[in-house]
Design a protein around this ligand. Structure first.
Ligand code: ATP
Ligand code: MG
Length: 270
């Protein structure tokens, strides 16, 4: 699913300033795009515009070359899965299994298919032992896993992860990052990940840096993340490999270019 923002501005309140200020970008089909930026820079607002929960104050959004309008918002939304930043806001079922089933029932899938997907995605997110629990009884990280299972089970063309690993322990972050990486291999999957985890950004095909509702930089991870002073000035973390490369350059060793190349290669393999 290709997404294009053309001169999009947005404000929650006309009397307050614009939260997104005339932004244009393209998210390519079947690629993984990371959106990064400090708190309040407008990342979740972009996710809500893509899902049609908000409408631009000005500018246009195109999904697969078709302009997003009130008449096609329902059709488009059906093709999009989103895991919101705060998992508490997205539970509808009285048990974990019901919750994962909810969207699938709305899709009118056969009961056997619903059961198969609940099994598959609860195992993938390691929540298969909790299917009969009430979501309220779960920890923050467990809720986040259920939200993930529910969104993944919809098997949509586009899936948006809005800081969906923020409450997970380090092992959990690794597991879910692997799930996202595996999704990347699937045909016809477009992934948007909004994250403060800079190492996760390295797994993306393209990165957008947002600051105060404006796009500061966009490109492949290596291009965008190698500018340590820019990342610092935006309050963003720097990948470990970039920190090491900067130290090596300061040491003035003769083959620093070779080391830079090796460190980038290793960073992408991790
Ligand atoms: N429902 C709302 N009503 C009014 N203002 C809002 C609302 N939601 C967000 N904002 C404002 O819009 C701006 C962008 O918020 P947004 O949630 O998009 O940021 P973000 O980049 O996702 O931040 P974070 O990293 O903290 O999740 C912030 O200044 C915020 O105060
Ligand atoms: Mg946010």
């Amino acid at each position: 699913m290709k997404i294009e923002f053309k001169n999009v501005s947005f404000s929650y309140d006309k009397n307050e300033g614009e939260v997104l200020n005339n932004i244009s970008f393209t998210i390519e089909s079947n690629k993984m795009t990371a959106i990064i930026g400090r708190n309040g820079s407008g990342k979740s607002t972009i996710a809500k515009l893509i899902t049609g929960l908000l409408i631009p104050s000005s500018g246009n959004i195109y999904i697969d070359e078709v302009e997003y309008t009130e008449s096609n918002v329902d059709d488009i939304r059906r093709k999009i899965g989103i895991i919101f930043q705060n998992p508490d806001n997205q539970f509808v079922g009285s048990t974990v299994a019901d919750d994962i089933a909810f969207g699938l029932e709305n899709k009118c899938l056969a009961p056997s298919e619903i059961k198969a997907r609940i099994d598959k995605y609860s195992k993938m997110t390691k929540m298969d032992k909790f299917l009969e629990y009430n979501p309220e009884q779960l920890s923050g990280g467990q809720k986040q896993r259920v939200a993930l299972a529910g969104a993944l089970a919809m098997e949509t063309d586009l899936i948006i992860f809005d800081e969906s690993t923020s409450m997970l322990d380090p092992q959990g972050v690794k597991e879910i990052t692997k799930v996202i990486k595996n999704l990347k291999q699937e045909v016809n999957k477009t992934i948007i990940t909004i994250t403060h985890n800079i190492e996760e950004v390295l797994t993306a095909d393209s990165v957008i840096i947002l600051d105060e509702g404006r796009i500061i930089k966009q490109g492949c991870p290596k291009e965008v993340l190698s500018d340590m002073s820019l990342l610092d000035s935006l309050g963003l973390d720097t990948p470990e490999c970039v920190k090491l490369i900067s130290l090596i350059k300061k040491m003035n060793i003769s083959d620093s270019d070779k080391w830079e190349k090796i460190l980038w290669e290793l960073a992408f393999k991790m």
